[in-house]
Ligand binder design. Structure first.
Ligand code: GUN
Length: 295
């Protein structure tokens, strides 16, 4: 079974478009997201333009703030401070990675937790770990939604997450281990002994390392669910762009053994964007004293 984030995200975004109209009827305004992009990382430019397009299509406001790669820490902090204080902004996203010389930790800490739709600031990370209501980081939230919608249970599952990033691996581990999810979680990193052994035991494998070919067929238990978070550009002279996208999983080899698998592109990526829009509508509801589920 292929887990199509493309299809599911389309349905979620259509529903969010209706919610945005309902929000406007109740408040006289639309939910709004500010996206800050510093520098000219080609992948970041692509992601930010995809996020903007999705906002437009859902009928929400996207304020696009593009800064040069030479922007100073003080200027970037001042930009975030001004967005924090702007009542017409519900959500703030600073695209990562930041250009060299800028302190990601300092910038993500500067975002008002009530506008932190990425769920990256320490206060929201703490709420997530405690199992409290908060903004759940978009990629982990999208992965859980994909599993839920395709009826893949996490209860008592052995989950192996390969990659321990703040954006994916760590928050995803927190979600899987939450009461109600009840998975047993292993988080691997580049120094893990016997990576293949850990992956082979898993009912659900999540690859989030950013290296093509990390997960191969021999590492996969028959019938396991395989979630590929990697989005890697590899040279391809047959493409107009000169590259094509592949995940961290050897899809061709793994697909016949997997019970369910996400494609790249069209798997986790579109879910991340859909969850960003959902978090923004949730933020807007919170700021207006409305319940998301009542929209
Ligand atoms: N870079 C890669 N993924 C993300 C994300 O989900 N949010 C932000 N802000 N930057 C990213």
């Amino acid at each position: 079974m292929q887990l199509s984030g493309k299809e599911l995200s389309f349905a979620i975004r259509s529903d969010l478009a209706l919610k945005c109209q309902s929000f406007r009827e109740k408040t006289g305004r639309l939910p709004s997201l500010a996206v800050v992009l510093a520098g000219d990382n080609p992948a970041s430019i692509t992601y930010v333009s995809a996020k903007k397009k999705a906002c437009d299509e859902a009928g929400m406001i996207c304020r696009d703030i593009t800064l040069p790669g030479t922007v100073s820490q003080e200027e970037l902090l001042a930009t975030v401070a001004s967005l924090n204080g702007d009542p017409s902004v519900d959500g703030i996203l600073v695209q990562l990675p930041l250009p060299e010389g800028l302190d990601e930790q300092l910038i993500t800490r500067a975002i008002d937790p009530a506008k932190d739709v990425d769920g990256f600031c320490p206060e929201n990370v703490g709420h997530l770990l405690l199992g409290e209501k908060t903004f759940v980081p978009c990629t982990p939230k999208g992965i859980m939604r994909l599993l839920d919608e395709y009826g893949i249970p996490t209860w008592s599952a052995d989950v192996c997450i390969v990659g321990r990033s703040n954006i994916v691996g760590k928050p995803l581990a927190a979600l899987f281990m939450q009461r109600g999810r009840d998975a047993t979680v292993t988080v691997c990193n580049s120094r893990t002994n016997d990576l293949a052994g850990h992956v082979r035991r898993a009912d659900i494998v999540v690859a989030a390392v950013g290296r093509p070919g990390t997960i191969t067929a021999d590492m996969i238990k028959e019938g396991a669910t395989v979630i590929d978070v990697g989005i890697n550009r590899i040279p391809d002279s047959t493409k107009k762009s000169g590259f094509r996208l592949v995940g961290d999983v050897d899809y061709e080899g793994v697909e016949p053994k997997a019970g369910a698998i996400t494609p790249v592109p069209g798997g986790v990526g579109p879910m991340t964007i859909a969850m960003l829009l959902e978090n923004t509508v949730e933020a807007a509801c919170m700021h207006e004293g409305l319940e998301f589920c009542d929209l």
